[in-house]
Design a protein around this ligand. Structure first.
Ligand code: ATP
Ligand code: MG
Length: 413
């Protein structure tokens, strides 16, 4: 049976809606990927009795309890005193931790404050987990076969500590054999349709191989997980299952490793020795941002325009005044001209363009909010496609960029 975990996030600000509990979300995903079953998540206020009660209850249900927040040295930080109470112990100066904190401050050229020194006070009988990017170390304590792990609330500190220190410890402790994942990255197909398509394959999967659908904007990531004593055998079996699934999804699969769509597009451009230029309007540079977030993208990405106004569409990308007047900026004709012209201006093999109505205003009956035209042009071929996404501005921007990447990917493949 999989080991069971409970998460407890502590902080008034989470309950009052001032802080979004991204810690739980992230930790859940990491534990799930390890094969650990998260059975409950609890958010509680900075209140001693409530914290102690939550510890008590979680202890009875879970093999491990992961706690974030309230680990600092100020009066409103109650996690350490509560752990001491719960474990019937008290705080004592941990000199190893103190040395680490001193080094951290010396490195930053800052003087060590009394308050920061308090971070080195650790519950007697606990194991301290170093914090490479902050001053509050994590705390590992055990009682009646349940492990309690307390981490800082600050997300990047928690993530660094989890990734580098805690996940490996949990793996050693709770995972038998070798755990392996295989990913199938898909784009351009909604989760429900994808599920229908792969049902015959999913139904025949052996029960020890777990399948997870992990949807993100415009994409669904399929993750196969299995474990066993022979790592090579586990990998081979996952590989075989992935290959069985492939023909059911064909062009929707863009990678059989865990990479982003912009990464795949970069690989294809590089392999084919092609260059890219972009004219993106409603996405305001977001597509260019995705492309350039891949190291080495300067090899194939020559640049982009964000011609947001009609005037700039004419001036920068030489869109004909008549085309804009006759069809409007959000139209097949305009995106086709944009893609061809930006290709000419930058002298690239390929031009991509996006023009749409991100919202919340600016829609009409004929072109509602979320209407987006995307075009592709190379020397021989050109193609424009219309999408109608959502009413939400931010989502529309993200969906548009994803759709453009996917269109480019399909052309290149
Ligand atoms: P510090 O030593 O900085 O006081 P701490 O462990 O005491 O850290 P908190 O004081 O509870 O942690 O939270 C620090 C900051 O981390 C908060 O201001 C909040 O923005 C963020 N934070 C806390 N809990 C969460 C959470 N569950 N999800 C996302 N962010 C969080
Ligand atoms: Mg705090």
């Amino acid at each position: 049976m999989a080991a069971r975990a409970e998460l407890i996030t502590i902080g008034d600000e989470i309950l009052y809606g001032q802080t979004l509990d991204t810690n739980s979300h992230w930790i859940s995903g990491e534990l799930d990927a390890l094969g650990i079953k998260v059975i409950r998540r609890t958010t509680i206020p900075d209140h001693e009795d409530i914290i102690l009660k939550a510890f008590e209850e979680a202890q009875g249900r879970a093999d491990m309890v992961l706690i974030t927040g309230g680990l600092g040295p100020t009066n409103d930080d109650l996690t350490k005193p509560c752990l001491c109470k719960f474990f019937g112990t008290s705080l004592a100066m941990n000199n190893d931790v103190l040395d680490e904190i001193k080094t951290l401050f010396a490195h930053a050229g800052r003087e060590l404050s009394e308050l920061s020194k308090l971070q080195a006070m650790q519950p007697i009988g606990s194991k301290s987990i170093s914090n490479r990017v902050g001053t509050a170390p994590g705390i590992w304590m055990e009682r009646d076969n349940t492990v309690f792990i307390s981490m800082p609330g600050v997300p990047h500190e928690m993530k660094t500590m989890m990734s580098e220190r805690i996940l490996p410890l949990l793996k050693d402790r709770f995972i038998k054999g070798h755990l392996r994942h295989k990913f199938l990255r898909t784009a351009g197909i909604p989760e429900s349709r994808l599920a229908e398509k792969i049902k015959p394959w999913e139904d025949q999967l052996p029960s020890h191989i777990k399948l997870a659908y992990l949807p993100t904007l415009g994409q669904v990531k399929l993750r196969l997980t299995s474990s066993g004593m022979d790592a090579a055998l586990v990998e081979k079996e996952l590989e075989q299952e992935a290959e069985r699934c492939r023909p059911l999804l064909e062009k929707y699969i863009y990678a059989t490793e865990n990479i982003e769509l912009e990464h795949r597009v970069g690989q294809l451009l590089r392999e084919q020795d092609k260059t890219l230029a972009i004219a993106e309007s409603c996405t305001g540079g977001f597509l260019s941002h995705l492309i350039t977030s891949i190291p080495g993208s300067s090899d194939y990405f020559m640049g982009s325009f964000v011609p947001y106004s009609n005037k700039m569409k004419e001036q920068l990308v030489h869109i004909k005044h008549e085309t804009l007047r006759e069809f409007g900026a959000v139209s097949e004709q305009v995106v086709l001209e944009l893609a061809q012209n930006v290709r000419d201006v930058f002298g690239t093999s390929i031009g991509i363009s996006i023009s749409g109505i991100a919202g919340p205003t600016g829609g009409s009956e004929e072109k509602p909010v979320g209407t987006v035209w995307i075009a592709y042009a190379d020397g021989e071929k050109q193609e424009a496609k219309k999408f109608v996404f959502t009413k939400d501005r931010k989502l529309n921007i993200q969906f548009s960029a994803m759709a453009a990447l996917n269109m480019l990917r399909i052309q290149l493949e």
